[in-house]
Design a protein around this ligand. Structure first.
Ligand code: NAD
Length: 283
């Protein structure tokens, strides 16, 4: 099966980036949000990313028009009826993802592949609410999706070879590198990254070092492009906590226990860049 039209459910941080990535590679993209206000916000962030690309000389104004013209926004799941592949990018909550997968299964063509961009949740749990569990897998893009080169393809124990091969060809057509992982909590990258983010917060909590020195130590000592506290602000403190909680619930491994400071930050609405304050101030 050849993918021509891609659906993306959710136009937040990841959904908007995935839409841009697909449209830039020539796919028609239909993106959904829960209401007109959030849809307009998501489409505006896509437009702003493309405008900045023109300003930086990375794309012509005509190319921007062509790419943006491939994108259609909707608040109705029924509009996914022409999609060959739908990527769910709603928040990290399995009950919500199950409801979305049940809806997608009803409206998507029989041949369509249903994928989730979940960071760590059990993909088989979403697959079994559909009548096509063999056509369900994880396509885990990284933030920011148009720039990051990697996509983890996550196979459940029932994902078919055909589904995997179609997904692999699709991801490679986006000029991304594929790694394959089994359907286990956090797959490869988050299994490694989440404990590091949480440990950085523990180092901060115990007063061992300042936020700046923790980030500097990791960027310069481990040669990472960003330090863990700045990265947590980029990902979203709430998102990191949801991922850590899901990984703890699944594994009961104490390395995934959320540090108290992060729970307090979520309660205070200090969610990182998206709210203007996290470990750093962005106001
Ligand atoms: N933020 C990251 O760095 C990152 C990286 C990789 C993967 N992820 C994963 O990607 C997914 C999305 O994360 P995000 O950071 O983009 O979250 P986000 O909160 O920025 O965006 C989620 C969007 O989904 C929308 N939504 C909720 N229910 C919906 C529905 N029924 N239909 C359509 N839209 C709906 C919300 O209104 C919201 O705008 C999560 O599963 C997350 O774990 C996040």
């Amino acid at each position: 099966m050849e993918v021509k039209t891609v659906g993306v459910a959710g136009c937040g941080t990841m959904g908007s980036g995935i839409v841009i990535t697909c449209a830039q590679s020539g796919y028609r993209v239909i993106v959904s949000e829960i209401n007109d206000q959030l849809l307009s916000k998501g489409l505006a962030s896509i437009n702003s990313f493309l405008t900045k690309s023109v300003e930086k000389g990375k794309m012509s104004a005509q190319d921007k028009k062509t790419v943006y013209g491939r994108i259609k926004g909707t608040t109705s799941t029924a509009d996914f009826g022409t999609c060959d592949l739908v990527i769910e990018a709603a928040i990290e909550n399995m009950d919500l993802k199950k409801r979305i997968f049940a809806d997608l299964d009803k409206v998507s063509p029989k041949h369509a592949i249903l994928a989730t961009n979940t960071s760590c949740l059990s993909i088989i749990d979403a697959a079994v609410v559909t009548a096509r569990p063999d056509k369900v897998l994880g396509l885990h893009f990284f933030n920011p999706a148009p720039i990051m080169k990697l996509v983890e393809i996550v196979r459940t124990i029932v994902t078919s070879d055909d589904t995997f091969e179609t997904a692999r060809k699709f991801v490679e057509s986006l000029n991304k590198t594929v790694v394959t992982a089994k359907d286990t909590p956090g797959f490869i990258v988050n299994r490694l990254m989440v404990p590091q983010l949480l440990n950085a917060v523990r180092i901060l909590e115990t007063g061992t070092a300042t936020r700046e020195d923790i980030d500097k130590a990791v960027s310069l000592g481990l040669n990472h492009p960003m330090g863990p506290l700045g990265l947590s602000d980029l990902v979203g403190i709430d998102v990191v906590c949801l991922i850590a909680k899901a990984m703890y619930d699944d594994t009961k491994d104490p390395q995934f226990i959320i540090p108290t400071l992060m729970n307090k930050m979520v309660a205070a609405g200090w969610l990182g860049r998206k709210t203007g304050k996290g470990f750093y101030d962005y106001s």
